[in-house]
Each structure stands twice: as C-alpha cells, then as structure tokens.
Write a protein that binds this ligand. Structure first.
Ligand code: NAD
Ligand code: MG
Length: 396
C-alpha cells in the first residue's frame, strides 16, 4: 500500500451540497482513503450529514459555517477522533489547512473568502463556486496564480471548454459557445413566469442541483453568471462569448476556432464527469457514470436564447461591456433578490428588475483593485438591492 505521504490531500468546501456529495462519490469511486487523504469537509445547516461524510471519508476536520450548530456537530463526531469547529473563522482555517486540491463548492459569495484562503496557499482550486469568480474576477484569477496552484473549472460548461481548449492553439480561438438547457420555463411566456413560486422554479429538466443554481437555471441568471465566469477563466472578449439554448444538455459547451472548426465536449448530464476531470487533470479517471447512447438520443436541438423573456442574459452582456465592478454588483444584487424570491417577498421576474436597477445605479462604481474593494462593492450592492426589495414590498 502507498504510504500516507503519497496520497493526494483534498479539502471539500461545501461537502454537504449537491457538488460536495458528488465530489465525495467521485473520491470513493477512485479509491477513497486508499488514494486520497481528505483533510477537511465543510457544510452549513446539515451537520448530521457533515458528520457522516467526515467519518466515511476519514477527514481530520469538519466545519459548519453555522456557529449555533457547533454542539450538534461535536456530539455527532464524538469518539471519532475527527475535530469539529464552527463559524466563519473556522471555515477559513479549514481552507488554509495544507492540502493539494480544494473543491470550492460553497454556494454564493459566502464561498469567496474561504476559496481565496485556499488559493493563496497554493492549492489547486477546482472551482464550482462560480460566484466568487463573477464577484472578484481577475483579482481571483491572480490570487490563484500568485499562490501557484491551478484553477480548474468544475461548472460543466467551463469544464467542457477547458477540455476543448488546446493550450498551444489559444491564439486560434474565435469564440466560445456556452450551451444552456433553457431551464423549466424555456417555452413559457413572461406572463406565465410572473406568478411562479420557488418550488415550481427549482424543478430542473435535466440536472439535479442545489436550490440557488436551480432557480438560476429557470431565470437564466445562472447562464449570466457563467458568461462572466467564462470571460475571466478563458480571457476572451465579451463579443467572443455566445450562448445557445440546447434543451438536451448533452453538448456541455464548445470552442470555435479560426479555421471554422468547433470542438465540443459531450456527455450525460452528470456533474461527476466534470468533478472527476478536475480531480485528476490532466489525466482522465475511470468513472461509473452513464454513457451516451447516440441512437437512443436520436437528435440534438438548438435555439437562439430569448433576451426578452430572459433579461438576465442581457444584463450579463451589459456587465461584460461595462466591465469594472459590474460583475460583482450583478452577482450581489441577484443573490439578494434570489433570497427574497425564495422567502416569497418578491416575484420571479423581479429578480432581473432588481439586478438591473442596482447595476444602473452603481454604473459609475470604481473597479476593485483589492479584495477589500470587492467585499465593499458586494456589501453596497446588497444594501441597494435590499432597498429596492423593500420598496417593491411596500408597493405590492
Ligand atoms: P448546494 O446548495 O447543494 O450546496 C451548497 C454548499 O454550501 C452546502 O455544503 C452548504 O452547506 C454550503 N453553504 C451554504 N451556505 C453557506 C454559508 N453561508 N457558508 C458556508 N457554507 C455554506 O449548492 P450546489 O448546487 O452544490 O452548488 C455549489 C456551487 O457549485 C454553486 O456556486 C453552484 O453555482 C455551483 N455549481 C453547481 C452545480 C450543480 O450541479 N449543483 C453545477 C455547476 C456549478
Ligand atoms: Mg453550468
């Protein structure tokens, strides 16, 4: 058996979520504790699952972001020898513990500080938490580079592009084409969408995912975030980023080259493929996931995205063209509006209205030059979004 020092040390931020549980499944498929040393796992509300995961993976530390759940976590881990901790500072400590690879799978801007802590110490960052890239942009990319680790996308679209991008052919890239499923409301009118609840909006046709990204797929705000994510990951101009609706979610995205060639990555909609690629890159793992059956598939459909019904795409375009702090502002306003929608305080279509109002109001906001600027921009956009939401509630 290989000695402990030969094992890849991994950290999973957001282990209890959809990406986190899939990551642990991939680790298990690739040999579990014989191959990997799981240093730390982190979660939030579900400490029972977190403790169970920590034990199954043989983790050294389990952290819940929620301080009120410390006692529950400690109790659930009693006698296991696994350390328990809680709160934001503990989350940063988990991220800072030495490891080779970190899955960044916390949802939302809450993931930015811990992911940065991991990046700064030089770990390879497998990035699912797209919000931290949308919010901090090139500063985040620079932080990873300065730490000396690699930034490997986990988002299925960006993993596809990463796989279709040849390093020595970057100069010949003409465009990248992000595919979008169109979500559950792909064929709906705005009138139909106006009255939907979070329970309806979260039902995705192809992928099983966390709440925020499921709602983001329905509003296409997820694709809006992904357009900005792509700009920073692949260093392309806004006019080189295309979106095409592809309801089957089989083509995960494509790269178009100057000779007219288009390279695509295909697969069944299963995040474990992208997670496995990020874990073993540049090698490919052997994974127990469904294989595509082309005869059964029979056809692949495409349609142009509709920016009238899905204004999030137009807002992403605006954010890309304006540059500066607009990505961080769009992200913060959208996350605030998403929380209000889930709480039943605003309607589905209001999410884009709020993001647009705050983006316009903060159009002159200076670009961040430090991470402190990013956090300040985020806080101001949340404050302004909160004001808009309060006004909407008063008017309703
Ligand atoms: P999820 O809601 O299922 O899981 C989120 C994780 O973050 C959980 O472990 C939760 O405990 C933790 N968390 C929540 N709030 C927190 C807080 N305030 N502080 C610390 N931790 C907190 O989400 P998910 O679907 O797994 O998505 C995670 C990230 O991956 C998101 O950024 C999402 O956009 C991205 N992503 C997800 C998928 C997918 O298929 N689920 C695909 C592509 C990208
Ligand atoms: Mg995606």
């Amino acid at each position: 058996a290989p000695s402990d020092t030969n094992k890849r040390r991994v950290t999973i931020l957001g282990s209890t979520g959809s990406i986190g549980t899939n990551t642990l499944d991939v680790i298990q498929q690739l040999g579990g504790q014989d191959t990997f040393d799981v240093v730390a796992v982190t979660g939030n509300a579900n400490v029972a699952l977190l403790a169970e995961q920590a034990k199954a993976a043989g983790a050294s530390l389990a952290v819940t972001a929620d301080e009120r759940r410390y006692d529950d976590l400690k109790q659930a881990l009693a006698g296991s020898g696994i350390a328990a901790a809680a709160g934001r500072a503990a989350l940063l400590e988990a991220a800072a513990m030495p490891s080779d690879w970190v899955m960044a799978a916390i949802v939302g801007t809450a993931g930015l500080a811990p992911t940065l802590a991991a990046a700064r110490r030089g770990a390879d960052i497998a990035l699912a938490n797209k919000e931290c890239l949308v919010s901090a942009g090139s500063l985040f990319v620079e932080a990873v580079a300065a730490g000396g680790g690699r930034l490997i996308p986990v988002d299925s679209e960006h993993s596809a592009i990463f796989q279709a991008l040849e390093d020595d052919q970057r100069h010949a890239v003409e465009r990248i084409v992000l595919t979008a499923s169109g979500g559950p409301f792909r064929t709906w009118t705005r009138e139909q969408m106006a009255g939907v609840t979070a329970a309806i909006a979260r039902a995705h046709p192809n992928w099983s995912m966390g709440l925020k990204i499921s709602i983001g797929s329905a509003s296409m705000f997820n694709k809006a975030l992904e357009m900005i994510e792509a700009k920073h990951l692949f260093d392309v101009r806004p006019d080189q980023i295309e979106v095409v609706v592809h309801p089957q979610s089989v083509i995960h995205s494509m790269v178009g080259y100057t000779d007219g060639s288009v390279l695509a990555q295909l697969g069944c909609p299963d995040m474990r493929t992208a997670i496995g690629y990020a874990l073993t890159y540049p090698a490919r793992p052997r994974l127990n996931v469904d294989r595509l059956d082309f005869a059964k598939l029979a056809r692949l459909d495409f349609e142009a995205p509709d920016e009238e019904r899905f204004p999030a795409l137009r807002l992403a375009r605006t954010a890309l063209e304006r540059g500066g702090a607009q990505g961080a502002i769009m992200n913060a306003a959208e996350e605030t509006a998403f929380n209000a929608f889930v709480d039943g305080r605003i309607g589905f279509l209001n999410m884009a209205d709020i993001a647009e109002l705050v983006m316009d109001a903060m159009a002159g906001w200076p670009a961040a030059t430090t991470m402190e600027d990013v956090f300040a921009t985020d806080a101001e956009a949340r404050r302004q979004a909160g004001e808009v939401i309060a006004k909407m509630e008063m008017a309703a």
